[in-house]
Design a protein around this ligand. Structure first.
Ligand SMILES: CC(C)(COP(=O)(O)OP(=O)(O)OC[C@H]1O[C@@H](n2cnc3c(N)ncnc32)[C@H](O)[C@@H]1OP(=O)(O)O)[C@@H](O)C(=O)NCCC(=O)NCCS
Length: 291
């Protein structure tokens, strides 16, 4: 479709009640693109995507926008503002309104917001098979940083010698945040505090030191550790991974090979992209589906 036929698009802040419309759009958008490439949908049903967007639209740690055409919502996008590095997603457009410039407007809105807040960097995770999102994000200034393998299953080894895994408590936050600053150069303390409160955060200790933590072993959690062994201990402690799976940096060939030898299966390839500040992490890590 030519630019001349593109509709007038109004972008506004999302209201919590918009999740009733945006949730089904999110589910339909991912179902359609994933099915077209032979992959399972990222959400089990529209209730799951509505629940996620309802949480994001009402959490003050997220900046969320919707796009309207002729007064009708056709898509939404979210920006995680809980750390100095911002995370984008999920961005989804009604399948009937895709490729008309709506996604570009919703991406520009969160990039503008990031710049207005003087945040040093913005990141996202993209489905590697999706030509359109890759083209859109690259043209907007995002660079490819890491190929990722989304993996699911339960490891054959259920623990790693010398590494003790336990639930993280509020008192552990300082040690986990210090580790994140060491590995990534910044911490994700708000994210971690919420995960501790929700009971999904775990940490690993060697001796009396915290050597790794996870906010949640799954699509929406991130994990940071000193070494692959620490990360393996966390991964091995999970009965299953939430959502489609954990995101293993594919260039960490030792970890990827360990996951495969332990029976985990690759679900889909994904790509971490960033604009602004980025430095290679100095440790072992798993990003969330935001970054
Ligand atoms: C990905 C998505 C958000 C993009 O939104 P959209 O409204 O369809 O995209 P837009 O029309 O704003 O922009 C697409 C751009 O990619 C370009 N493009 C599309 N396919 C392309 C290809 N194969 N090669 C090069 N460029 C391509 C278009 O020309 C357009 O560029 P332009 O703005 O310079 O004309 C939307 O398609 C969607 O919801 N997809 C399903 C869910 C999804 O994958 N979400 C993203 C998760 S990472």
């Amino acid at each position: 479709m030519s630019r001349k036929t593109r509709p007038d698009i109004v972008v506004r802040i999302a209201k919590p009640e918009d999740s009733a419309v945006c949730g089904p759009i999110c589910f339909d958008a991912f179902s359609a693109i994933n099915a077209a490439h032979g992959f399972p949908c990222d959400f089990p049903g529209p209730e799951a995507s509505s629940g996620l967007l309802s949480m994001m639209f009402s959490n003050p740690g997220f900046y969320c926008v919707v796009a309207e055409v002729d007064g009708r919502i056709v898509g939404s996008n979210c920006l995680d503002e809980r750390s100095v590095i911002r995370g984008v997603g999920p961005i989804t457009i009604d399948p009937g309104a895709q490729n008309l410039g709506v996604g570009r407007k919703l991406m520009q809105a969160v990039i503008d917001r990031t710049n207005e807040c003087s945040a040093p960097g913005i990141r996202l995770v993209q489905a590697a098979f999706h030509n359109r999102s890759l083209s859109l994000y690259t043209s907007l200034g995002f660079d490819i940083r890491e190929p990722l393998s989304c993996m699911q299953g339960q490891t054959l080894e259920r623990s790693v010698p010398g590494c003790a895994v336990r639930p993280a408590k509020p008192d552990d936050a300082d040690a986990c945040n210090a580790l994140s600053r060491l590995v990534h150069g910044f911490d994700r303390g708000v994210d971690l505090a919420q995960a501790i409160e929700q009971g999904t955060a775990r940490l690993v200790e060697r001796g009396d030191r915290v050597t790794g933590y996870t906010t949640h072993l799954g699509f929406f959690g991130h994990s940071t550790a000193e070494t692959n062994a620490d990360l393996q201990a966390l991964i091995a402690s999970a009965e299953s991974f939430a959502g489609p799976g954990i995101l293993v940096p594919s260039r960490n060939h030792l970890l990827l090979r360990w996951c495969l030898a332990n029976g985990l299966r690759v679900v889909q390839p994904m790509t971490l992209m960033s604009a602004g500040l980025y430095s290679d992490p100095s440790g072992a890590w798993l990003p969330s589906v935001l970054f």
